[in-house]
Design a protein around this ligand. Sequence first.
Ligand SMILES: *[C@@H]1O[C@H](CO)[C@@H](O)[C@H](O)[C@H]1NC(C)=O
Ligand SMILES: *[C@@H]1O[C@H](CO)[C@@H](O)[C@H](O)[C@H]1NC(C)=O
Ligand SMILES: *[C@@H]1O[C@H](CO)[C@@H](O)[C@H](O)[C@H]1NC(C)=O
Ligand SMILES: *[C@@H]1O[C@H](CO)[C@@H](O)[C@H](O)[C@H]1NC(C)=O
Ligand SMILES: *[C@@H]1O[C@H](CO)[C@@H](O)[C@H](O)[C@H]1NC(C)=O
Length: 459
Amino acid sequence: MRSLSVPSVGAALLLTAQLSVAQGFSITSDDEIKRTASAIAWDLLQYYHGNETGQTPGILPGPPPAGDYYWWEAGAMWGTLIDYWALTGDSSYNSIIMEAMLFQTGDHRDYMPFNVTASLGNDDQGFWGLSAMLAAENNFPNPPSDKAQWLALAQAVYNTQANPDRHDETCGGGIRWQIPFANIGYDYKNSIANGCFFNLGARLARYTGNSSYSKTSEETWDWMERVGLLDAETLAVYDGAHVYTNCTDINKAQFSYNNAVWAQGAAFMYNFTNGEQKWKDRTEKIVNWGLKTFFPKGIAYELACEEAGTCTTDMLSFKGYLHRWYSVIAKVAPFMADTINPILESSAEAAVKQCTGGDNQRTCGFRWASGVFDGSVGAGQEMNVLAASSALLYKNFAGPFTAKQGGTSKGDVNAGQGSDDSPLELGKITTSDRAGAAFITILFLGIGCGMFGWMSLGE
Ligand SMILES: *[C@@H]1O[C@H](CO)[C@@H](O)[C@H](O)[C@H]1NC(C)=O
Ligand SMILES: *[C@@H]1O[C@H](CO)[C@@H](O)[C@H](O)[C@H]1NC(C)=O
Ligand SMILES: *[C@@H]1O[C@H](CO)[C@@H](O)[C@H](O)[C@H]1NC(C)=O
Ligand SMILES: *[C@@H]1O[C@H](CO)[C@@H](O)[C@H](O)[C@H]1NC(C)=O
Ligand SMILES: *[C@@H]1O[C@H](CO)[C@@H](O)[C@H](O)[C@H]1NC(C)=O
């Protein structure tokens, strides 16, 4: 994903502000939540065309300039819908979820499909891996036995990222943003790439009972603190830093999904270690920081870009992960539930209230705290509100399951190993593509400067 790039044209505000019209969305009972989530799920899927003739299964229109959405965001959308199914019982979309999640695995069944090599980050692969992990934890229907299995896919993503070829001595550890060495952003080590790896390891440990995963996650946490991407004082999570400064040029932008991916991972570590004090303290601190920073007034707020209106298409989807992952924290670290749940409720209430836009008079915008539909529309904006509403049902959910308790997904500890998906091999592919990529980059820079002014750039 492009965590720090310019907004896409499609994310621009609609010029014609709509008058708010009262719609029927409500979250006052479980039935009302289901009714609301069902309508928004439908609206979200209007952005998906992968099940139509001649289209590619699994992806949203893109990547830019072919459409607004990078590959990772569809992976995040399937995760949102896997939660939607588990929490509401509505299986209407299960067959397209299954098709999508299996179509994009790539030849080596490790979520590194050839098509996306030129912009493939560890975070992009990580988001698909987290959705596969979620399918195992939610006990989503298993694929046919000749196909890749959810747990094995999550293990494959983990194994490729744990491989020594993704790790080097710069900055004293950590994995890089991009995977192929020739990609723009290979020189950046960031919190979302390392956060997905950390989070996945914590959850694999809990699901399988294998502490080899949690040991690596603990090392990743310690490295983040050492290098200063996790603020040792507050546990604020900063965006990233460059290897050519040995990660001393820390970009201190704070994004809600960075906080949420680390907070949820810490909660899983707490749960896996049976309540170890260190992980209890970390969970409490990072969650309290997240609630204070990203829910001022009890409503989700994207600190780094919402006020200025500079959120990119990627950033316009972060509130959804914040809501979903915090609802899971309340479950696996129950001592935080009374702190978290009321805030998720007030935030979800504000979220559904502003969905009054568009021709259908129920389209969701982005600035929930404004109290009115703000005209910013897209898959991310719908996904956020779908997440915020459906995640309120997480309280009643019996999961997340484990291999011992309720989970039925088959794993493979060696998945993803032995392929030639190394940064070096993949770099050769993207080098041959470089002229095209450079052209596209220049095109973006032109659009970004001309229309929105410069924000910041992660590479
Ligand atoms: C694609 O999926 C959507 C959502 O389930 C459905 O409404 C639509 O009819 C499907 N399109 C095709 C061509 O199957
Ligand atoms: C890769 O792109 C080609 C051409 O658009 C398409 O036919 C194919 O289905 C894509 N594969 C994946 C895994 O997306
Ligand atoms: C690079 O950064 C790491 C992590 O902060 C540190 O341990 C290491 O000593 C630094 N190396 C140099 C050469 O400054
Ligand atoms: C635990 O996970 C590690 C890392 O993937 C693997 O090497 C090891 O074989 C696993 N142990 C068991 C008992 O499955
Ligand atoms: C771990 O999570 C389960 C819910 O999945 C919860 O019942 C249990 O109390 C948690 N363990 C601890 C130590 O909080």
